[in-house]
Design a protein around this ligand. Structure first.
Ligand code: SAM
Length: 283
């Protein structure tokens, strides 16, 4: 590498100046300006085969992925960044930039194609925070599963994804991600590591796919959301509001071995699974 890394504050400053680039708030543009952080994210991402990046920005994380991966496919929505990336990543022949909103991309096709060519595909990104949940759910629900997802998100969101039963952060998000993935919060990143600095602190979170039968995942998620519809209500009352008229909720709960007075925030993943198994059979 002839230049300083893109994430070095002086190099980022030069790039932004050269292209007269002002970060667009609407696109969640907060560029990482800490070399050790981008290196740490890339190194933990299991990107050896192919890696999909969401939002390369000016290429700080992309560069670190390119150094470790056989192929980097990055989706960027802001067309102003194409010329910048062409410049900052000119040393790397294994980077492909796609100008497209990630929410419009055919992820299933992309993952399948990359798996066929490179053997494995992971996802790694410093996510634009305004679309964190929809992006992650598109990945979770992708028919071609991604084994490792390593993303920087708002710290509070990381806490919600990684929370366990009994925690105030535990909710439908936590149960749904735990159903499909082992979830681990890797490390926190202070706001001073970004330019411009966001109003919140961040954390890197990692999802590792579990071996799970995904048949009925959509219905399972719907049931979990219904259980959490009103956090202060008991499971029985939330289910009563959700179930078709005349459903014998007590019979369902007895069959699943669950106390009707429990609240969803105290239920384990195994209890949600047991509930769903009986629900599917009896409703
Ligand atoms: N990866 C860079 C870094 O770490 O410095 C930039 C991260 S910045 C938080 C988020 C990036 O996502 C920006 O480059 C932004 O333009 C891009 N972005 C925002 N919305 C997007 C979308 N819907 N699809 C693809 N990229 C998007």
């Amino acid at each position: 590498m002839m230049n300083k890394p893109v994430a070095a504050p002086s190099r980022t400053g030069e790039i932004l100046k050269k292209y007269d680039l002002k970060a667009k708030k609407g696109y969640g543009q907060n560029f990482l300006i800490d070399v050790s952080i981008v290196q740490k994210i890339a190194a933990s991402s299991h990107c050896e085969g192919a890696v999909i990046e969401i939002g390369p920005g000016i290429g700080s994380l992309t560069e670190q992925l390119a150094l470790r991966s056989r192929h980097v496919r990055s989706y960027e929505v802001d067309e102003r960044l194409l010329a910048v990336l062409d410049d900052t990543l000119s040393e790397y022949s294994n980077v492909e930039i796609i100008l497209q909103d990630i929410l419009q991309a055919d992820l299933e096709q992309s993952v399948r194609e990359l798996k066929e060519t490179y053997g494995s595909v992971s996802v790694c990104a410093n996510l634009p925070y305004y679309i964190t949940t929809p992006v992650l759910f598109r990945l979770f629900e992708c028919a071609e599963p991604v084994e490792w997802i390593t993303v920087m998100v708002q710290k509070e969101v990381a806490d919600r994804f990684a929370a366990g039963p009994g925690s105030p952060d535990y909710g439908a998000l936590s149960v749904e991600s735990a159903y499909l993935y082992d979830v681990k919060k890797l490390f926190q990143v202070p706001r001073t590591c970004f330019s411009p600095a966001p109003n919140v602190d961040s954390a890197v979170i990692q999802f590792r796919r579990k071996t799970v039968d995904t048949e009925g995942t959509g219905q399972f998620f719907e049931l979990v959301r219904a259980c959490f519809a009103q956090r202060r209500k008991t499971l029985y009352n939330n289910l009563k509001a959700y179930a078709p008229e005349g459903t014998g909720i007590n019979a369902v709960l007895a069959e699943a071995g669950i106390d009707p007075g429990i609240r969803a925030q105290n239920m384990t993943l195994e209890q949600f699974r047991a509930l769903y198994t009986v629900w599917r059979k009896m409703i």
